[in-house]
Design a protein around this ligand. Structure first.
Ligand code: AHG
Ligand code: MN
Ligand code: MN
Length: 323
């Protein structure tokens, strides 16, 4: 089986970018080890603190953030980092060529129940003429990403990654510590009969979104004339991995629960990297109004509605929103 770095080299990934990816992978192996040890490694439970987004931080959020931060800042190819758990951009090396945005631990509510969790990352080239630690560095459209991926700490530890030449999945061989290629050039089927959404928010969605989901639930007796199954893992990494593996549509729409927060998922380190992975596997990823990778970011922690997965089903959903 091919290992991660030989595959990246055959995709002509340059040495510096390779080193950045290697650092993320090294940090994720450390996180994976702690996740496996669970309570024995003291990773369960919450802290007394909140992040800038007002969310209670779990011990594993902090530990994962610190591991990624320490290793990335020690890498001279890294100009700056942005993290869900950091209020502002953290400066790296002035001559560094790359920026890394990450969600160190996705699916935090699953930590204490031994459920699905992951790390999501996004890499950009640092911009000339802008200070390397400026927030403006991260105001690049998602289509500028040079690499995106996630590490999924499930029964197996998996890495899904793209550098723009297809989406691949690697499985961590814990006997050797290498990620080995287990799914090459993934292709998401254009049609699907499976959707993922947190239905408990239905009353806060706009009417068009409610109408779309109502019609999915009606199955073969409704206008869609086919039966749909539902899954919700409460970890975007797990839900997107299922979509990459067996197709589907994943939605986290805008809602009116919180006036200050029109949507839940964050553009820089959740929506954009997942959108790049999905598009590189032949799927689609949109907000309620445009392609996610075309969005011009305005703020580090900005949020966006997300509709992604099987191309025809994403189009079907967008048709309801445009009616
Ligand atoms: P995080 O743990 O990084 O804050 O992200 C959780 C996100 C995402 O992974 C998941 O799809 C969604 O929040 C789950 O939301 P609900 O709690 O509304 O199900
Ligand atoms: Mn997350
Ligand atoms: Mn997180």
């Amino acid at each position: 089986m091919k290992n991660l770095f030989s595959v990246l080299r055959s995709d002509e990934v340059n040495d510096e970018l390779l080193r950045v990816i290697e650092t993320i992978v090294d940090a994720s192996k450390e996180i994976a080890f702690r996740v496996r040890q669970g309570a024995l490694a003291g990773v369960l439970g919450s802290t007394q603190d909140e992040n800038i987004q007002g969310e209670t931080q779990k011990h594993l959020d902090i530990i994962s953030n610190q591991l990624l931060k320490d290793l990335l800042l020690a890498n001279s190819a890294v100009a700056a980092i942005a993290s869900e758990e950091e209020d502002t951009v953290v400066a790296g090396h002035e001559a560094g060529k790359y920026l890394v945005a990450f969600d160190p631990l996705d699916g935090s509510s699953n930590i204490d129940i031994n459920g699905q969790i992951g790390t999501i990352f996004s890499i950009y080239s640092a911009l000339d003429l802008i200070p390397h630690h400026s927030e403006l560095q991260f105001q690049q459209q998602g289509q500028q990403q040079v690499c995106a991926g996630y590490v999924f700490y499930g029964p197996s530890t998996l890495l899904a990654i793209t550098t723009g030449k297809g989406t691949r999945c690697f499985t961590l061989d814990s006997t050797q510590g290498n990620f080995l290629l287990t799914a090459d050039k993934i292709q998401i089927a254009a049609d699907t009969q499976e959707f993922a959404i947190n239905m408990s928010n239905a009353r806060f969605w706009n009417q068009a979104m409610r109408a779309y989901i109502d019609d999915l639930v009606l199955g073969e007796t409704g206008p869609r004339a086919k039966r749909f199954n539902m899954r919700w893992n409460a970890a975007m990494v797990g839900d997107v991995h299922r979509v990459l593996t067996r197709s589907g549509i994943f939605l986290y729409p805008s809602d009116t629960r919180n006036a200050k927060q029109p949507a839940k998922l964050r553009l820089l380190y959740e929506a954009n990297p997942m959108a790049m992975l999905i598009e590189n596997a032949g799927g689609k990823a949109c907000s309620e109004t445009q392609r996610i990778l075309d969005i011009q970011p305005q703020q580090l922690h900005e949020r966006v509605a997300v509709i992604l997965g099987s191309a025809n089903e994403v189009d079907e959903c967008l048709n309801y929103l445009r009616r």
